[in-house]
Design a protein. Structure first.
Length: 69
């Protein structure tokens, strides 16, 4: 069982969550604040959120597709 890694940078107001530690790249989602990290097969292995403190005002509604198991 792998652990979920969560990292927050308060100065940059940036949150990153990784489900798997493996090679991949970030791609856009339907929100300007959120990027999903995918592996070479296109499975989601994590995501990042910019301006995470703004979520206090309005929640995000993002679909992460092909989450790696």
């Amino acid at each position: 069982m792998e652990k979920v890694k969560v990292w927050y940078d308060p100065e940059g107001d940036f949150l990153e969550v990784m489900f798997k530690q493996k090679e991949g790249y970030f791609r856009e989602t339907n929100s300007d604040q959120v990027m999903e990290k995918v592996d070479v097969e296109g499975h989601v292995i994590g995501f990042s959120i910019l301006k995470v403190s703004a979520l206090k005002k309005e929640p995000l509604d993002i679909d992460l597709v092909n989450v790696a198991e």
